[in-house]
Ligand binder design. Structure first.
Ligand SMILES: Nc1ncnc2c1ncn2[C@@H]1O[C@H](COP(=O)(O)OP(=O)(O)OP(=O)(O)O)[C@@H](O)[C@H]1O
Length: 296
């Protein structure tokens, strides 16, 4: 079922077109990533999708609802890049104040969220005194209090350590399974987009690619294996003829399709190998392939 349908969305700032006629379609329960460099138009798009700004043209439809309405706001949760909570109130006061904005709040669910995000022990602390990771967990709890059908996360992992990131995703994935919650996230990192079902690559306000992560990687960001050898002829004879290969002296660069195939090749060629490194495909590769330019 399509939850969110967006057509022809456009936003200009003066002469600058920040978002240029974009179309999006998000299925219920999906995790969708907007991947793009600084200034690509991701936040501008999120601001329109959350009803914070009104698009200059285009339509947004969330299961029959229009942004800017109370009904629409109740279906969405938003975690902004910069927090919207009150630094002088405690975590609990902030959450209670926010919960008061909704008619029906499931108190057991709120308690469960606080436990899941490990914020019960800091509930009495002023929000302004929390660490970056603690704040993020509170911000996400705030956005989830009313069990939204669609959660927006604007660059959720910026500045977070790996443990905090893993904790957050473990809870969000559980909610996705339980409530078929849909998530839209913006990110600069292909690695973060890895977990998405579908990715829109955005640059200069336009969607330059829309695909699954595995297809994006296969098309534009293959892993490159660099191997040095004493016997180039024997080594290259072991390389699958379908893998693009460049020989430079004693080193060969091989575009490898996946980790398993790479391990099989390395195992077979082991006696011939004197050194190796694997460079994983990243967002820069996608941008070079699609735009001919390095990422900004
Ligand atoms: N209020 C504004 N007034 C003028 N220009 C703006 C405004 N907001 C955004 N822009 C411009 O629109 C473009 C898109 O910005 P946006 O913040 O949407 O990008 P982004 O992809 O979210 O970038 P980042 O990853 O750095 O957050 C940029 O060129 C930005 O300078």
């Amino acid at each position: 079922m399509t939850l969110l349908k967006v057509s022809n969305l456009t936003q200009r700032y003066g002469n600058h077109v920040a978002v240029n006629h974009i179309d999006l379609s998000v299925e219920a329960g999906q995790l969708v990533a907007f991947l793009g460099p600084n200034g690509a138009g991701k936040s501008t798009t999120i601001n329109m999708l959350t009803g914070i700004t009104r698009p200059q043209s285009g339509t947004i439809d969330l299961a029959g609802l229009k942004p800017g309405t109370r009904a629409y706001r109740h279906q969405i949760g938003v975690v902004f890049q910069n927090s919207v909570l009150d630094a002088d109130l405690t975590v609990r006061q902030n959450l209670m104040w926010r919960a008061g904005m909704y008619k029906q709040i499931d108190n057991a669910f709120v308690t469960r969220l606080m436990q899941a995000f490990d914020i019960e022990t800091i509930a009495g602390q002023k929000y302004g005194s929390l660490s970056g990771g603690q704040r993020r967990r509170v911000d996400i709890t705030r956005a989830l209090l009313h069990k939204p059908r669609l959660l927006f996360l604007d660059e959720p992992s910026t500045g977070l350590d790996i443990q905090t990131r893993n904790k957050i995703w473990a809870v969000l994935n559980q909610l996705r399974v339980e409530f078929q919650m849909t998530i839209i996230l913006t990110t600069h990192y292909l690695e973060e987009a890895n977990i998405a079902d579908y990715v829109y690559v955005i640059d200069h306000g336009e969607i330059i690619a829309a695909d699954t992560v595995s297809d994006l990687k296969a098309k534009y960001a293959k892993d490159v294996l660099r191997v040095t050898t004493t016997d180039m002829a024997k080594l290259t004879a072991l390389v699958d003829p379908q893998w693009p290969t460049t020989v430079k002296g004693h080193q060969v660069e091989i575009m490898v399709p996946d980790v398993d195939a790479t391990i099989r090749f390395l195992t077979a060629a082991r006696p011939l190998i004197t050194g190796m490194e694997l460079k994983r495909g990243d967002m820069n590769d996608i941008f070079v392939a699609l735009t001919g330019k390095e990422i900004r």
